[in-house]
Design a protein around this ligand. Structure first.
Ligand SMILES: Cc1cc2nc3c(=O)[nH]c(=O)nc-3n(C[C@H](O)[C@H](O)[C@H](O)COP(=O)(O)O)c2cc1C
Length: 211
């Protein structure tokens, strides 16, 4: 086996180290978070750290980098309390990736990158019209991670929107591969996905069983 130690990765050039460490944790979802600022300017950001916190109540978190690096999404969430999370398809991947650029606060990132704002009645934050699966979150807790000045931002699920051509299975599972939702690795690589198998709930006295 190749064996890497802290002394070694601390000696690496910073982008090499960031790519290595960022890829190591594996494939992740990649979503666009939609917000709006106090002046009414919509904002989009690409986030691959979405994490399931719990199903009842339905809580979903993401990690926001230090404020100097990624200020707008978190400021908008704090100010208004609502934000949208939008799955990405290959058909609009370039536009989605482009939202990770550091645009000034007064720039509408939807028009800048070429994506379309979509609003639900009574909801002031924008969804991404092109996205086939998207949901609305309301801010519940911001947990500061003092180790590196990042934040775990936790929201409660308020609404889910799905393209009518895509249905959950009879047991509620979402075949995201069939919806064309992409996933990511590191900060610049994106993937289609293919299902290997689904398995029954694992029990100690029973061999793993495919569904
Ligand atoms: C593939 C990819 C994944 C990213 N994931 C995150 C993430 O999980 N958290 C984060 O704070 N920034 C992440 N970023 C960086 C943000 O997209 C970028 O800082 C963006 O400009 C943040 O928007 P904001 O300035 O409106 O807050 C990611 C970028 C890319 C390309």
């Amino acid at each position: 086996m190749q064996h890497f130690t802290p002394a070694e990765w601390q000696s690496w050039e910073r982008f090499y180290r960031a790519n290595f460490i960022n890829s190591l944790t594996g494939f992740k979802s990649a979503s666009l978070i939609g917000t709006i600022n106090a002046q009414g300017v919509p904002n989009l950001g690409l986030f691959s750290s979405m994490v399931h916190i719990g199903s009842d109540p339905a809580l979903i978190g993401y990690i926001n980098r230090p404020l100097a690096a990624a200020p707008h999404t978190l400021a908008n969430i704090k100010a208004g309390g609502l934000y949208t999370v939008n799955h990405i398809q290959a058909s609009f991947l370039s536009q989605a990736h482009q939202t990770s650029a550091k645009y000034p606060d007064e720039v509408n990132e939807f028009t800048e990158v070429g994506l379309t704002e979509e609003y639900l009645d009574g909801i002031y934050v924008p969804f991404v019209k092109e996205s086939p699966i998207k949901y609305l979150l309301s801010l519940k807790e911001i947990v500061p991670i003092t180790l590196n000045a990042t934040f775990l931002v936790i929201g409660q699920l308020e609404q889910v929107l799905m393209d009518p051509s895509f249905q959950p299975t009879t047991d509620g599972f979402l075949h995201l591969d069939q919806a064309g939702s992409i996933c990511s690795n590191g900060l610049d690589a994106y993937y289609h996905t293919t299902l290997i198998d689904r398995y029954a709930y694992a029990k100690p006295d029973k061999a793993a069983e495919q569904l």
